[in-house]
Every structure is written in C-alpha cells, then in structure tokens.
Design a protein around this ligand. Structure first.
Ligand code: FBP
Length: 539
C-alpha cells in the first residue's frame, strides 16, 4: 500500500446522526405507480407494488444475528467497498455474530453459488479504497427461471436473511424482480438495492444522487482542467473530450460546470432541438471560426459518450438495429444491415467505417448500446475538420485537434470524502432495511448537500420507480433512467453561463480530489447536487 492508501484506510467515515440510534422503520405514504403501466406493475409485482415509503424513528435494539449476501452489479463506481464496510459494521453492531457474504463476479455469483465470507481481516484493507475488486462485479442478469431457482437454492442453503444488490437502474430492476420472486415462493430473504452508477442517472424525487458520480466527475474535471491549461499554454490544439456516462449527459454537464470548457454538447438538448449530426458539426465549426477571429486556435469541447443516441437520424438507426438484432438473433450483425429501411441505410452509409462497426457491436446483457465503445469524439473531430475545409476562405484559422476519452479512470480511483461517507451510510441503511424485514426497497440517504451528521435516511419502494422503456428492441418494465432535466436548475445554470465560456477562456482548474485538510476542499459536493438541492423544498 502507498502512504496515501494507508492514510485512507485509516480514515473514519462520519455517520449521519440518525444512524447512531436504534431505529425502527415507519410506513409513510404508498407512492403512485407509473400511470402508463400501473396494471402491468400490479400484475408483475403483486406482493410489493404497494410497499409504502419508509422513514425511521427510534426503536428497540435488534437481538438476532443476521446473515446477509452482497453483490456488485454492472460498472465500477468509487465507494463500492465502503457500502460493504457500512453493511458489515452495521450488521456487527446489530449482533456480533452476524455474517456478511460477498458473491463473486456480480449477479452470476448468486446463481452459480460462488461466494466468500467477508471477515474484518479481509475487509479492512479495502476500507475507503477504490474499485470493486474485493468480490468483483459483472453485468449478468438474473432473468431465466432456472437462474431464479438456483439463486433461491443458494439463499436457502446459506440461510440468508437478505441480499443487497449494489447496482444501477437495470440492476435495481433485477432486485425488484428477485424480491417479488422470493415472496411468491415463501423464501424469507429480503432484497435491498443500493443506488450505484457514475452516470448519475439513477436519481428521482428521493434519490438525490447515485454513488460514484461525485468521484468520477471530480476525476474527469481534474483531467479536463489540466488539458484546458495545456491548450491555453500552447495555443495550438482543440481537444475533443468524450466523457463516460452512458445515455444521459449528467457527467458532461457537471464537468462543464466544474471546468468552464468552451463548448459542451448535452444529448437531451440535441434531442429536444432535433439537431442533426451535420447541424452539431456546424455549431462546433462556428465556435472554432469565432475563436479563430480572435486569434485563438485552441479550445476544449466536451462530448457525452451517449450523444449518438440523441441525434435523431442515428437514434432511429440504433432503434431499428436493436429491433433487428432482437428479431433476427440467428443472423450476424453484418447481414442484419441488409434489412435497414432506406432512411437508416442512408444514415449508416454516411458514417465513417469504424463508427459503422462500433454501432453493430453486441449490446450489453441489458440491451444497451455500448456507447463507451463508439468513438464519437473522433467522429465529430473528423466531420468538423471536413466542414472547416469546406468553409475555405471563411475560416482563416489553423485546426489541429486531439481526441481524448475520459472513461474507466473515473470509476475506480480512491473515492472522494463524499462518496466514502455516502457509501458507508448507504451500507448501514441497507443493513437496517434487512434487519427490519423490508424487501423490494432501495436504501436512500437524503440532504446530501448538508454536513454528513445532518443527512437523513429513507427506504424507497422499488416498484413505483418503474416505467416501460425499450430494452433489446422490446418494451420492458425497468427503473426509470433519469435524463438531464432541461427545465431544471442545473441545466439552467449551464445555459446562463455557457455563452461566456465560448471565447473568453474562462477555464477553471479543479485539481485533484482532496482528502485531508480544510473542509472547503475536502467536503465539496458536485454542482449538480448543490444546484438541485438548493431548489429542493427542504432547504
Ligand atoms: P453502470 O450503469 O453499470 O454503472 O455502468 C456505468 C458505465 O461506466 C457507463 O458509463 C459506461 O457506458 C459503461 O459502464 C461501460 O461499460 P463496460 O464496463 O461494460 O465497458
């Protein structure tokens, strides 16, 4: 371990005041189901659709030892190991003989019976560290009847009181189905989800932010700030920076607010304004011409990795492709393109060959296009270069550009103090829900822009978070993905400021995540959280 890692492992996460008490869950309102699929939700979740919202009040001390299994599902997000630490410490506090098991390699570990007991000797070196490597993660779903049966058998054999699924929207959807399955089959095991994903798209009126978003945005913003300073110093490159984050543009929006890059694309806005790929290219070329007129042949452009899914003609192409891949699963992706409509064929043919190949690549097990593999930074860079050449005399500048991908490095670094403490509290709440025999819930920590001591906690029923969305070419019941709210306070702030950032070089340089020292440096929250909560009713 490096000295920094050692110092981090000794860090003692603060706990919200409320979690220092003995607590009992208290039912609140039953939340409304999505109007468009309420009947289907009731049919699919007869035992859990009416689960009420839960808050917690002082109660009796728990007296029995609990056995709980935890699983990481999907992509890494900084802070995951602290969900395990919070769970472990809470379970041991409830009863010293409680046990925590970790399923290996993601949800697959549950149905293939692969697990390890997490003892304090095993866990301690992972406290406050990045990654998911203590037990690993995976993108498998528990979906086939035999996988549900196998999972049930594993749970019975181990005598588990609860399973905690630490995952994003699709993984928490899986948690809801597992909870329902256990109830239908009289298996006394609670299933609880924890909101994880750097993408920031697992939020709603209760979940203020998913864990990992804070650390990822701070990591990317440090890099973008450094790149901006290099651009400004050398004055010779445009940097086209693609940012991880799947469909939603939350990460790009947050990094724009943290660094004041010259131009940031927001997928949701592109969709609303129905901008074609060529219109986007024209916008960027206009910016470059404007800056060239001021003798500035450098700059920073941020591109959310999911941008292609919002450009109308590519969106139609992807949706056609998804349908065809689902319907004609016996055909190769190469032969599938023969079935394109004329409109999609035309769009496909205008794309560079590498992008064509990237679009045909396999979907992930949840049916999502693997947008991190689509080089939209290179696509835009090439098209902008062509557009500038076309402009001839109207463009007097010198265009030299570099693509850059801010991706995997944002998911597994040392978690920020925010994610360290948020995850620890989430683990505690998950343990509490299981101890209170609540199933089909997501652990929730609230008031996240306040000091940790003031954070609140809730249990959020999973079914009311669901709606119908397209997956693998079919409409499926899933937890709603939260896209950037174009009427919300975060986008409004970006819109207010972005004009100034185009030509002024108003870059800011956030520097690395700070772990020790002044609270102003160590305890900062993202602009997204700060602006959203400033508008929230409790402030
Ligand atoms: P989750 O939704 O599972 O948290 O995934 C986050 C993410 O990092 C996305 O931002 C990215 O598009 C994707 O995972 C990359 O997936 P993979 O790790 O399979 O390449």
């Amino acid at each position: 371990m490096t000295d920094l890692q050692k110092a981090r492992s000794e860090f003692d996460p603060k706990l919200p005041k409320i979690l220092k008490n003995q607590l009992t869950a208290k039912s609140q309102d039953v939340l409304e189901l999505d109007q468009e699929c309420a009947a289907e939700l009731k049919e699919a979740f007869p035992h859990t659709y009416a689960n009420p919202l839960l808050n917690f009040v002082s109660g009796e001390s728990p007296s029995r030892p609990l056995k709980v299994g935890a699983v990481f599902s999907g992509g890494q997000a900084a802070g995951g190991h602290n969900v395990l630490s919070g769970l472990f410490d809470a379970l041991k506090k409830f009863h010293p003989e409680s046990q925590l098991y970790g399923f290996i390699g993601g949800p697959r570990g549950l149905f293939i019976d692969s697990y390890t007991e997490i003892t304090s000797e095993i866990l301690d070196p992972y406290r406050n560290q990045g990654g998911f490597d203590l037990i690993g993660s995976g993108r498998d779903k528990i979906e086939k009847p035999e996988q549900f049966e196998a999972t049930a058998q594993v749970v019975k054999n181990l005598g588990l009181d609860g399973v905690v699924i630490i995952g994003g929207d699709d993984s928490n959807t899986n948690a809801a189905f597992l909870a329902e399955y256990f109830l239908q089959h009289n298996i006394d095991c609670q299933v609880v989800g924890v909101p994880k994903t750097i993408d920031g798209d697992l939020t709603n009126q209760f979940i203020e932010m998913s864990f990992g978003f804070d650390s990822a945005c701070k990591t990317y913003s440090e890099i973008i700030g450094n790149i901006a300073r290099d651009a400004l110093s050398a004055g010779k490159y445009y940097f086209f920076i693609k940012l991880m984050g799947r469909s939603a543009s939350h990460i790009a929006l947050e990094c724009a607010l943290q660094t004041h890059a010259n131009y940031t694309l927001i997928g949701e806005e592109v969709q609303k304004e129905e901008k074609t790929l060529q219109e986007i290219v024209n916008d960027i070329a206009d910016l470059i011409c404007e800056r060239a007129d001021k003798n500035k042949n450098y700059g920073v452009i941020l591109i959310p990795e999911g941008i292609v899914e919002f450009i109308p003609e590519i969106k139609t192409l992807i949706s056609e492709l998804n349908h065809l891949l689902a319907e004609k699963s016996d055909q190769t992706p190469e032969s599938i393109k023969e079935h394109f409509s004329s409109h999609s064929r035309e769009c496909y043919q205008t794309l560079p060959l590498e992008i064509q190949a990237q679009l045909l690549k396999d979907r992930d097990p949840h049916g999502n296009v693997q947008v991190s593999k689509i080089e939209s930074d290179r696509l835009l860079l090439q098209m902008v270069r062509t557009e500038l050449k076309k402009r001839g005399q109207k463009y007097q500048g010198k265009f030299s550009a570099q693509p850059y991908f801010c991706g995997y490095e944002g998911r597994s670094g040392l978690p920020s103090n925010f994610d360290t403490q948020y995850c620890y509290a989430l683990g505690y709440v998950a343990a509490l829900l299981i101890e209170q025999k609540k199933t089909g819930y997501m652990a929730c920590v609230t008031h996240l822009d306040q000091p940790v001591e003031e954070w609140g906690i809730l249990g959020i029923p999973l079914v009311p978070l669901m709606c119908k969305e397209m997956r693998k070419g079919k409409m499926k019941i899933v937890i709603r993905k939260a896209l950037v709210d174009l009427d919300g306070p975060v986008f409004a702030e970006f819109k207010r400021l972005r004009q100034d950032w185009r030509c002024q070089d108003a870059y800011v340089y956030p520097g690395p995540i700070q772990f020790f020292g002044d609270a102003i440096l160590t305890d900062s929250v993202t602009e997204t959280l700060r602006l959203k909560n400033r508008k929230a009713s409790w402030v």
